[in-house]
Design a protein around this ligand. Structure first.
Ligand code: WTA
Length: 651
């Protein structure tokens, strides 16, 4: 991927300034950079001041205990009040907060007043079940409004939610419940996916049976399918119906934990990324308003991410609600019941802002422009991209076919750890280049440095780092402060190491070049090579496994696994299928390797480290690179032989 991006960079000199009309009406103007540069902390304090605080902070930033940070220390606020109550109090109760469209075609319109009612009842229900401030609640739901209500209800009572993507397996859910010692799980009987009800409850039963910390499971009825019932289970609708329709919210410290979200690191154990209250809400609201140019009275905003990912947290739930947005939530997949479903929804709801991922855009390119051309998408006025580098070709297609050449594109770089967008154009200011995330936002310090921490300057490539603490930064890794300091702050002193390669072009625009560590990016989702390897070796047929991310036209990277079978196992044509199924069961279908290659040996250095670079050469059908550091240079021949033996192992 990085070579391709580098080549693009050499060729790319197109740029697209906003139209004068867009620029004139934009929320963010060019002077915002100067304002933030003049005094960063005053700038962030001003953004925090847009929220409703019950008591003011005494210090904007405390970095004296770096890398542990405190923002807006001493201040108190309630996230749920900021996202819901204050808009109702200001007379916007009848404004739509969410249009919901289920995959089978059912729909709901939820106003801010209705949302307040639902969140209040849910908060009361959680309290009635004994959930207290600081307790952890696991949420394992499809993309339905109850997911938003559950998150806001937790925030309202100071409980810490841990949303687990509904596509993850029972085992992935169990390990996340255990790590956070969750006391409650909120789930559903199932969800709708590709025209069929998918099961969720069964996975919860399997996980909860092994999780003594869980006292209760609240079950939303979504599909109505038969589910097994345990003595911990309670129906969501029954519990809420019994509760008062109002709930007195209490304010929490700015640094009170808001949520944990697990993400893949370079080891097999996912990291519980911890975010807190005041700084997080400040930066997600600021970026949502200025990067997407949100006009609360007229826009219909659609971020297609699932709430199981950080994008769903920050830009489906907290950012849009803090800004009183009207958003669309869609439960299903883009190809159900037909390939034009998204465009049909844009036409139906008059969506004005669309925020999605390059992998989706490349899929639509593959399906052809005739599909979107069949719908009226003239309501769109701004497009966003997130999750992985967007190749210039996909960027141009997005602009031309989806945006009708009139919508600015914001390519937004950020991470679960950063909580909010960090590098992105300002749509009314920046002349964008196809494939570049352009510049650090006002108030954010980013740089590209080399191995010796020297800034590479214009035209140079190296590691992307963040040079200043920012309000929505992660506060740590749940239960593991050392891993936090080690992973992000030890490689370069006082500087956050993002794990991404990047380059400045001659104009100083930032080009992201993909991960520099053993983290793959498949369809915009982070999966570590170590996680997939440990799933593979947990299968009785596998002795050893090495996994690499190989360039893939649609998904960015695809997972390719090299496995050595145990001596007593004869490779047959079913082994590939069996192993792919096994990984899907252990982690979830998103981690299923697209290809399994059975080999006799793996290339290792003398210290025993697997040389993934060489495996990537094979997976990407390149000639094999430098093998001089291999303990046994002959091994690459053996792999070649193994590949012949494994014919038929691909499916
Ligand atoms: C990648 C998703 C290039 C990057 C919000 C980062 C991107 C990882 C972009 C974080 C982008 C995200 N251009 N690469 N616009 N956005 N990435 O934690 O490698 O799921 O480190 O957060 O995705 O993935 P995560």
């Amino acid at each position: 991927m990085s070579t391709e991006a580098l080549e693009n960079l050499l060729r790319e000199n197109r740029h697209f300034p906003p139209t004068p009309e867009f620029a004139a009406a934009a929320n963010a103007k060019a002077d915002m950079y100067e304002e933030a540069d003049a005094d960063r902390l005053v700038f962030w304090a001003k953004q925090a001041g847009e929220l409703q605080w019950e008591s003011p902070w005494t210090q904007v930033l405390d970095w004296s205990n770096a890398p542990f940070v405190r923002w807006f220390d001493g201040g108190k606020l309630n996230v749920s009040v900021n996202c819901v109550d204050r808009h109702v109090a200001a007379g916007h109760g009848n404004q739509v907060a969410y249009f919901f469209e289920g995959e089978p075609g059912d729909s709901q319109t939820i106003t801010y007043a209705q949302l307040l009612h639902d969140v209040s009842q849910a908060a009361n229900a959680l309290e009635a079940l004994g959930v207290q401030a600081g307790d952890r609640v696991a949420i394992y739901l499809p993309m339905i409004p109850e997911a938003v209500v559950a998150m806001l209800a937790c925030a309202r009572i100071g409980a810490v939610h841990s949303v687990v993507f509904g596509g993850f397996s029972a085992e992935a859910l169990r390990s996340r419940i255990e790590d956070a010692q969750a006391v409650l799980v909120i789930t559903a009987d199932g969800g709708n996916r590709k025209g069929k009800p998918m099961l969720l409850k069964q996975a919860v039963d399997d996980a909860v049976a092994l999780s003594p910390s869980v006292r209760n499971v609240l079950v939303v009825r979504r599909t109505g399918q038969e589910v097994a019932w345990t003595d911990k289970d309670l129906w969501w609708h029954e519990q809420l119906a019994e509760q008062p329709k109002t709930h007195e919210a209490q304010a929490f410290d700015a640094e009170h934990p808001l949520f944990i979200l697990y993400t893949s690191g370079t080891t097999g154990k996912p990291k519980g990324i911890l975010h807190t209250t005041g700084g997080y809400l400040t930066q997600v609201a600021f970026t949502h308003k200025n990067v997407f140019d949100l006009k609360p009275d007229t826009d219909v905003y659609w971020c297609t991410a699932d709430v199981g990912w950080i994008t769903g947290h920050s830009y489906v739930v907290f950012g849009p609600l803090a800004n009183r947005a009207t958003s669309l939530i869609y439960e299903g997949t883009p190809d159900t019941p037909h390939n034009g479903r998204w465009w049909e929804l844009i036409e139906k709801y008059g969506v004005t802002i669309l925020y999605t991922a390059p992998t989706a855009i490349r899929t639509f390119m593959k399906w052809g422009r005739a599909v979107p051309d069949g719908f009226d998408m003239s309501s769109l006025r701004l497009l966003g991209s997130v999750g992985e580098p967007i190749n210039p070709e996909a960027w141009m297609w997005y602009r031309h076919v989806i945006g009708g050449d009139r919508c600015p594109i914001v390519d937004t770089w950020w991470q679960t750890e950063t909580g909010a967008i960090m590098i992105s154009p300002l749509p009314g200011v920046t002349a964008t280049k196809p494939g570049s995330a352009m510049h650090a936002l006002p108030g954010i310090g980013a740089d590209v440095i080399d191995d010796e921490a020297r800034p590479v300057g214009k035209g140079g490539g190296g590691y992307l780092v963040l040079t200043e603490p920012w309000p929505s930064m992660l506060r740590g890794i749940w239960g593991d402060p050392e891993r936090y300091a080690e992973t992000y702050w030890s490689r370069f002193a006082n500087t956050y190491f993002a794990g991404d390669g990047a380059k400045f072009d001659d104009d100083g625009a930032v080009w992201l070049l993909g991960r520099v560590d053993d983290v793959m990016n498949v369809s915009g989702h982070r999966i570590s090579t170590a996680e997939v390897e440990s799933a593979l070796v947990s299968h009785p047929a596998v002795a050893e496994a090495a996994v690499v991310g190989a360039a893939d036209e649609t998904t960015g990277q695809g997972i390719v696994a090299f496995v050595i079978l145990r001596q007593d196992v004869e490779p047959d044509e079913h082994i590939g299928v069996a192993l792919r199924h096994h990984v899907a069961k252990e982690i979830g279908p998103i981690a299923r390797p697209k290809q399994i290659l059975v080999v006799a040996e793996l290339p290792k250095t003398r210290s025993g480290k697997i040389m993934r670079r060489l495996l990537r050469d094979i997976a990407e059908h390149r000639s094999i690179g430098d093998v001089t550091t291999l303990a046994d240079p002959m091994v690459m021949h053996l792999i070649g032989e193994g590949l012949t033996a494994a014919k038929g192992a691909e499916d």
